[in-house]
Design a protein around this ligand. Structure first.
Ligand code: ADP
Ligand code: MG
Length: 230
């Protein structure tokens, strides 16, 4: 279980202080999909980056199964990111000179399971694209590679920052279905940031952010399942 307790993050911009996240409190559970919903600038990426150990809070507590993430040394934070967290970004962040298989293999190696790289791509429906380079793939396919790469780390936290932000609605639903599938793993908490309110029905939990504040948290006991769509 992962929790934020009174987490704040402010940035100093010139002589202005920007409060990007204020007194954030929530809990994430493994085997569940949490949707973080908010308009642009509401602090979604800030929250996700702190959760993933890419940034540090200004104050507050982040508890990852008993470890206080905010108090880790730089080295501790690096190993937290490396061992526990898989990231998926809006623009995929694949290495252009490497094939789909090689992009996944790099992450799989960190986990000592490079021989499983093709299996991870198969899991996201891309067994026919192993040897293609990113520029030979569609946006949806690139996002699948990026999800396979994140899953290859067998992450306890799968963090997705606007993973469908650059995709059409049909492709987006397929990516959403893959994230629901990833959340079926009882060892993985999946978090998806989006500006699109139509996605909230697919999450087990929805956190609504506005101006750095959590407005509401809703548990959704009956999320719409996209099974078979991925
Ligand atoms: P979202 O992802 O919801 O669009 P962000 O978390 O990126 O929002 O940003 C929240 C607020 O914090 C915005 O006002 C943004 O300008 C500010 N902000 C984010 N990162 C930085 C930074 N590194 N330096 C200064 N201000 C930042
Ligand atoms: Mg953002």
């Amino acid at each position: 279980m992962i929790s934020f307790k009174n987490v704040n993050k402010s940035y100093q911009v010139g002589d202005q202080e920007v409060q990007a996240l204020s007194q954030a409190n929530f809990t994430l559970e493994k085997g569940k999909l949490t949707i973080i919903l908010g308009p642009s600038g509401s602090g979604e990426s800030t929250l996700l980056n702190i959760l993933g150990g890419m940034d540090r809070p200004t104050s507050g507590e982040i508890n990852f199964e008993g470890d206080q993430i905010g108090q880790l040394t730089d080295r501790g934070l690096t190993s937290y990111r490396r061992q526990k967290v898989g990231f998926v970004f809006q623009f995929y962040n694949l290495i252009p000179s490497l094939t789909a298989l090689e992009n996944v293999a790099i992450a799989a190696q960190l986990n000592g399971n490079a021989d499983q790289s093709a299996a991870y791509l198969e899991q996201v429906g891309l067994s026919h694209r192993l040897n293609n380079f990113p520029n030979q793939l569609s946006g949806g396919e690139m996002q699948r590679v990026s999800i396979a790469r994140a899953l290859a780390k067998q992450p306890q936290l799968l963090l997705c920052d606007e993973p469908t932000g650059a995709l059409d609605s049909k492709t987006s639903l397929k990516i959403m279905a893959l994230l629901q599938q990833a959340a079926q793993n009882p060892d993985t908490a999946v978090v998806m940031v989006t500006h699109n309110p139509t996605f909230e029905q697919y999450g087990d939990q929805v956190i609504r952010l506005k101006d750095g504040l959590i407005e509401r948290i809703d548990a959704n006991p009956t999320p719409v399942k996209l099974e078979g769509l991925a």
